[in-house]
Design a binder for this molecule. Sequence first.
Ligand SMILES: NC(=O)c1ccc[n+]([C@@H]2O[C@H](COP(=O)([O-])OP(=O)(O)OC[C@H]3O[C@@H](n4cnc5c(N)ncnc54)[C@H](OP(=O)(O)O)[C@@H]3O)[C@@H](O)[C@H]2O)c1
Length: 429
Amino acid sequence: MSSGGIMASTRLLRLFYVKVAAGSSRTLLARAGCRRNFSSSPSRQQSCMSAWVIDQYGTNGVLRYTEEISMPTINSPSDILIKVNAASLNPLDVSMRGGYGAKLMRLRRNPFTVTDSESEFPLILGRDVSGVVVDCGSEVTYFNPGDEVWAAVPPWKQGSLAEFVTLTEYEVSLKPKSLSHIEAASIPYVASTALSALGNAGGLCRDSSSNKRVLITGGSGGVGTFAIQLLKAWGAHVTVTCSQNAEGLVRGLGADEVVDYTAEDAAEQLETMEKFDVVLDNVGGESEESVMGLLKTWSGAKYVTLVSPLLLSTDSMGLLDGAVHAGFTLHSKAVQNILSGGIFYRWGFYAPDGPALDEVSRLVDAGKILPVVEAQFPFTQVPQAFQKLEQGHARGKTVVQVSEEEEDDDGQTEAADSEQEAQETTKEN
Ligand SMILES: NC(=O)c1ccc[n+]([C@@H]2O[C@H](COP(=O)([O-])OP(=O)(O)OC[C@H]3O[C@@H](n4cnc5c(N)ncnc54)[C@H](OP(=O)(O)O)[C@@H]3O)[C@@H](O)[C@H]2O)c1
């Protein structure tokens, strides 16, 4: 086992013991009516923080800047409070702003919710964070205040378009030393998604990819630009579909073959290629039908799509009917494909995984994975960052700088200036 592998498993072991211990000590604390002591650091004396929130679902106009949202707290012994330096946006943020996945997320936040009456608002979006640990729960063993960390914030938790965010130890990882916070914030959510889709659903890993041919559709966006680099680091042969003007970008990241999906003969180009072991579909819709025939038959090939109808179904049909309908769709496609060509049809999903990000961190610091930051916005311009994302045609990631520590010439902090500008943007919005 490599030293990286040993470090990862040591941490997993420690987390396992923390979890076992957490269960018993939580009960003891509850019985004794105790709460853990909060530290007296200046940040912990604050009770409110600044954030971009939404109070209802809708278009960009629902984004509101506030300095009066309650600061997140350490609620469990494995929680970590992080001061956010940078966040990034994903297509999910635009969808969630409009109410996508609201029913399932509400259930995930509170499994005992039986009605729609319990409100998730004010809701903070933003799924990536790069920042600094401010405080740790009593049983956090792997992190200390002052550590620079990165993480993907699960969509059922309050997001990172805020001064502070709370996550559990298992969701957080030490940030790669070679990256700035802006660069680091571009990676965790797409990395967690790509790792879960390619690993759990696609059956690929560092040791099993060297003889595999992988097709990535939509390779020029956030997930695609990360997946290309991860698969190349694992030794796979990577073919990518993207627009013609993104060819230079994806080749620069290591793609072996590139097909311009807007070309008239795109389908023919793909059909004349040697068949693939795995397809990672970032596009969905019609591309699903057309790429299915590009997989090897009867040799364990896997089709993994990130564009599943699960959340749309639960939104429109309700939790039970929607889940049953989506499950039936998945089941019938899986059966059809396994019977017709021995191909595994799977949905890929983001999954929170700090130890997996540790491995990504090592690949980044080894120069094998580069951040792809297409656009950067100050915290004052979060609505403009959403507009950028909504225009589509992403070439990597859109990042938001939430705070910085340096002082201006006049002695004020940049963060203070940002807050004033953000209030002005909210008024204009
Ligand atoms: N299930 C999950 O947990 C999960 C997690 C993350 C992401 N996702 C989903 O996965 C998809 C990809 O995410 P992302 O963050 O990479 O999105 P993104 O950053 O918006 O990238 C999408 C990319 O696809 C390109 N594209 C559009 N149509 C295409 C086509 N027909 N063929 C090839 N390329 C095409 C776009 O550029 P051009 O339009 O210029 O070609 C863009 O570069 C999104 O639908 C997202 O919602 C799902």
